[in-house]
Design a protein around this ligand. Sequence first.
Ligand code: GCO
Length: 457
Amino acid sequence: MTSYQFPDDFLWGAATAAYQIEGAVDKDGRKPSVWDTFSATPDRTLNGDTGAVACDHYHRYLDDIKLMAALGIKHYRFSIAWPRIIPDGRGQVNEAGVDFYRRLVDTLLDYGITPHATLFHWDSPQALEDLYGSWRSREIAIDFADYVTAVVSRLGDRITHWMTMNEITCFTHMGYGVNAPPVHAPGTIVSTPKQVWQTSHHALLAHGLGCQAIRAASPRSCSVALVDNFAVPVPIGEAPAHVAAARKAFHVCGPNGGLLFPALTGAYSRLFLKQLGDAAPDIQEGDLKIIHQPLDALGFNVYSGVYVRSIDQEPGYELLEFPPGYPRLHMPWLHIVPEALYWGVRHISETVGQPTLPIFVTENGCAAQDQLNAQGEVIDSDRIFYLRQYLKAAHRAVNEGLPLKGYFVWSLMDNFEWSWGYDRRFGLIYIDYDTQTRIPKASARWYAECIAQNCVV
Ligand code: GCO
């Protein structure tokens, strides 16, 4: 029998994000983020759901940390809300907002859990949207760096694992759109694809300045990472021709060539720029140098992948559609492609030329149609099935010597799933939103067993 044992230093964790769990949106000086405004606008989210209360984690963080500790989770990835720290986006720091994260982190440390903080998980201050259209303006990169300095100079004595931002595509390419209303906040319609690419270029700049700000402000030696959900071409079979086709596709798949490539290599992929044509952003002299910062790790959010095969005609690869009936879980995009986890890590090593950059899966998980049974339990065998397959792919990566160092499940608990509201549940812990009761699902116990045995069980 194959044993899926991980190395002793493999790190097991769980992830969340501020707007999805905290609630308390006007507590202790916090001001609105673009997600407060967007979700309060009719027809933007399913059932008109907002993050106003969410899991009420702002008040219940102690209980949540105790639950995490009981499951044996030793690493926790959470995000810090910019509008709590600098409610107007720039200027005055709100010390009461900082205090919340200080309490949270101190409690984590008391329970033996290492904090991993994402500095930005989509909740831009509404004030900056009103002032200059947030990511549409280069100014946001400077304001972001100032915010990062404010956080790291205050919390860097307790937090040493930092991630600048989460999934640039989702708050730029999905927050600004041409013609169709975008599905994420701020939900702004712009007139050209180039303007959309300009928003992600500004986010890359913010990442670069953010990295510099962390290193300058941190009182301790720390780890700095970017978290991305880059698209993963998976060879349909592992014959060398298909593998080569998948590598080539990696440059142009999704937004990879215009996001991950500049951050990791200091250049937009040439193949990709050719494909973008007039839509390519304006890049000022010196931008790429700022964007291309040394990183201590890369966070990889992986849910699905794209199958690719080799073909004789140009460009030598074909991205394959999923046939109807291909297994997926409770999201239109959640096709189950466990090998994407393995190939994502391998592409970073081999295709982007980063053979030793430590990689962490910073999110992996699925939405399932969780139901409470008569005994008040949630038996989510579908989620266990999904996670087990992806963790086996993680094991393969580690076993082949690829630099995959840890895994954070998405998510610790059910939460506000953006435009899907509370309808889609991704948690290991079930939330009864009427009573805010927390109920660990079968998958939570299963994951606890994996951690305890350091093995896929
Ligand atoms: C993301 C976000 C999460 C989502 C999760 C499920 O990576 O998309 O970080 O906030 O909730 O991915 O869609």
